[in-house]
Design a protein around this ligand. Sequence first.
Ligand SMILES: NC(=O)C1=CN([C@@H]2O[C@H](COP(=O)(O)OP(=O)(O)OC[C@H]3O[C@@H](n4cnc5c(N)ncnc54)[C@H](O)[C@@H]3O)[C@@H](O)[C@H]2O)C=CC1
Ligand SMILES: CC(C)CC(=O)C(=O)O
Ligand SMILES: [Mg+2]
Length: 370
Amino acid sequence: MPARKLLLLPGDGIGPEAMAEVRKLIAAMDSHLQAGFDVEYGLVGGAAYDAHGQAISEEDMGKALDADAVLFGAVGGPKWDGVPYEVRPEAGLLRLRKDLGLFANLRPAICYPALAASSSLKPELVEGLDILILRELTGGVYFGEPKTITDLGNGQKRAVDTQVYDTYEIERIARAAFELARTRSGRVCSMEKRNVMKSGVLWHEVVAQTHRDGYTDVQLDHMLADAGGMQLVRNPKQFDVIVTDNLFGDMLSDVAAMLTGSLGMLPSASLGAPDEQTGKRRALYEPVHGSAPDIAGQGIANPLAMIASFAMCLRYSFNMIAEADRLEAAIAAVLDQGYRTRDIMSAGMTEVGTATMGDAVVQKFLDLAA
Ligand SMILES: NC(=O)C1=CN([C@@H]2O[C@H](COP(=O)(O)OP(=O)(O)OC[C@H]3O[C@@H](n4cnc5c(N)ncnc54)[C@H](O)[C@@H]3O)[C@@H](O)[C@H]2O)C=CC1
Ligand SMILES: CC(C)CC(=O)C(=O)O
Ligand SMILES: [Mg+2]
């Protein structure tokens, strides 16, 4: 069996702390299950800027292009507030997404039964929640040109960001949404703002056409994205797959995080198009949260979003479905046993740090494999 090539980019803040728990899992899978991971490491974000003045080096970009999958922690933090915009930590992540062609960002929001009481919403609204936000990841306002701040010379400045979407970008993410919906409960809700944005008009038109052209077995609804945000907290279980653009997807998935109990619970997979010859797709797996500078270095971060991102990696990059199922079951089991990091702590539970939570998941994963 060829080695499974993984590149680990822990990044900044709580990124390395969460990644340390995934490293334990990789080691356990190698020694107990002969998983055969070939692991390389690299620097990204502020860590890369400190080392060589760039948010990711050419060498590490090369490793990412060469890997079967990239595991990414988080980047950013106040230490790098003053660095030039082009080399700010977040630019490393944006470059990885763009250069690896990772247009489809899967952000599942699942409320584990044990955490229904940790959500900021009433337990009955979130109990059993299992939705998937599919965010377009390589287009839209995060990448559109021009992107400038101009001095108008009268004491005023003008900032411009540009939202750009071409038909093919909308069509391929719509297809991905319909395909994913077929493996779930068969419903897609597309969100845009066609009432005020031209890109919203095109988004709506292309999603509807793609649906008519081959996916009429899937139920398609459209919603304006602001109303979608409201519906997400009013009655989240009405949704199955939500497909939306880069900016709305970023915001709506942070909102969805709180339905699950904490931003520390939400994993993600960013996937490219399948290679025409091999069928393999480039992929990067990362928690939805950032580097959490307010809690970094204290050993209290929740590693479950990072661990669940690794479960998505097993599922989507290595076709290790049984192992992915087992890892997700291990996460549910440790929550059932009452293990809680501070962000999901509630009365009567046991507060543990990042490492203890990671150890508990590894042990449960191995127990379930036995
Ligand atoms: N993918 C990435 O690398 C991302 C990076 N960022 C960057 O991270 C930095 C901080 O951004 P924020 O707006 O503070 O967002 P954040 O996601 O880092 O933190 C928001 C809040 O959630 C909490 N939190 C996040 N993850 C947690 C975890 N695993 N366990 C427990 N609590 C957790 C934090 O303590 C904080 O109170 C910024 O530089 C931002 O640009 C933000 C989002 C994504
Ligand atoms: C480039 C990232 C920091 C933007 C973000 O918040 C995200 O992708 O979730
Ligand atoms: Mg975000």
